[in-house]
Design a protein around this ligand. Structure first.
Ligand SMILES: Nc1nc2c(ncn2[C@@H]2O[C@H](COP(=O)(O)OP(=O)(O)OP(=O)(O)O)[C@@H](O)[C@H]2O)c(=O)[nH]1
Ligand SMILES: [Mg+2]
Length: 323
């Protein structure tokens, strides 16, 4: 930990590709904090193979980190199925949207994923996303690409389910898991439509607790009432603390991956994601331009004209945008 990594992105990437985790961590920090070095990193990594990305979201304390720890073990055994594939490494990104400084939650994650803390084939990193121009929507895909460029075939992204955040993470993942717990239905009435939209798979974690059967019934009912495509999200019971059901969960993830590949949806989803990203980038850049405009003389003049009743706000906006 005492060694200072070099700062040249290309050198860092070459090191990361040789399994240098300090270099990889440095690359991630660069890309997430935006700025010129971050852009250089992003440019270097965007042609790399895209890792298979699994998003995991759910209420605080639902057991996401505990499950992640168990899933890592399953994943390292490889993709099951008709043509099994090895997974020689795996990366985990734990996203903490609420606290910019590594607070209790992240410390907790570290502790709960300790089973793999010393495993050289597992890379675990928490991500604070302040500073990146486009926020999480751009930082997460950038981070995933860096991990791909470093040779990670699979990335697991954990985030607390809080509104827009989980939607953004889902939109960066190939397979999205929504983790609920017994009794979830009472507390999440309002968000049912939202989670239906993003879930490829439902996990009922803490299945050792009473109410798991009711939770399943609720989910099934919700799925029955919604118009689904060819894929009906399966519901998997797990107990993160013992690992029960996590093997089935990994198999279900593999089945979803197979479905996406065979149907051609994987390509389509990834293209949609790039379109989303580009839109976010354009929005972020436009916002910057508008800030510049607002600091300028013409803007001040337009405000005066507005105040004097010489222009209406629409005319003022048209005039400024015509520049
Ligand atoms: N009874 C029971 N407890 C569990 C299970 N899975 C996790 N827990 C416990 O639930 C608590 C929260 O687990 P975490 O894995 O930190 O949950 P999380 O969803 O990552 O939490 P945040 O990242 O803070 O949102 C811990 O005390 C776990 O030991 C389970 O299957 N059964
Ligand atoms: Mg967690």
């Amino acid at each position: 930990m005492s060694r200072r990594p070099p700062s040249d992105p290309a050198v860092l990437l070459a090191l990361a590709q040789q399994n240098d985790r300090v270099a990889l961590a440095r690359l991630l920090s660069l890309v997430v904090s935006g700025g010129e070095p971050g852009l250089a990193v992003a440019r270097l990594s965007y042609r790399a193979a895209v890792p298979y990305t699994i998003g995991m979201t759910g209420a605080p304390g639902a057991g996401k980190s505990t499950l992640t720890d168990r899933l890592i073990t399953e994943a390292r055994a490889g993709w099951p199925g008709p043509t099994p594939e090895a997974v020689d490494q795996i990366a985990v990104l734990a996203i903490d949207p609420t606290s910019p400084f590594s607070g209790g939650a992240i410390l907790g994650d570290r502790i709960r994923m300790q089973q793999h803390a010393l495993d050289p084939t597992v890379f675990i990193r928490s991500l604070a996303t302040r500073g990146h121009m486009g926020g999480l929507a751009l930082a997460v895909p950038d981070a995933i690409r860096v991990l791909g460029a470093a040779g990670m075939p699979v990335v697991l992204v954990e985030t607390v389910g809080v509104g827009q955040m989980e939607v953004e993470v889902a939109s960066a993942a190939d397979t999205t898991l929504v983790v609920v717990t017994p009794g979830w239905g009472d507390s999440m009435q309002a968000n049912k439509a939202g989670i239906l939209e993003i879930a490829d798979l439902f996990v009922i974690n803490k299945a050792d607790r009473p109410g798991a059967r009711e939770a399943r019934r609720d989910l099934e009912q919700m799925l029955d009432l919604s118009s689904l495509g060819a894929w009906r999200p399966p519901i998997i019971d797990t107990t993160g603390t013992t690992g029960e059901g996590v093997g089935e969960l990994w198999e279900a993830i593999a089945r979803h991956r197979g479905y996406l590949v065979e149907s051609g949806l994987l390509e389509r989803r990834r293209a949609d994601r790039l379109a989303h990203e580009l839109r976010q980038m354009l929005l972020a850049r436009s916002a910057l331009r508008i800030e510049e405009l607002a600091a300028g003389e013409e803007f001040a003049t337009a405000v005066k004209a507005l105040a004097a009743g010489e222009l209406d706000p629409y005319q003022a906006a048209d005039r400024l945008l015509a520049r």
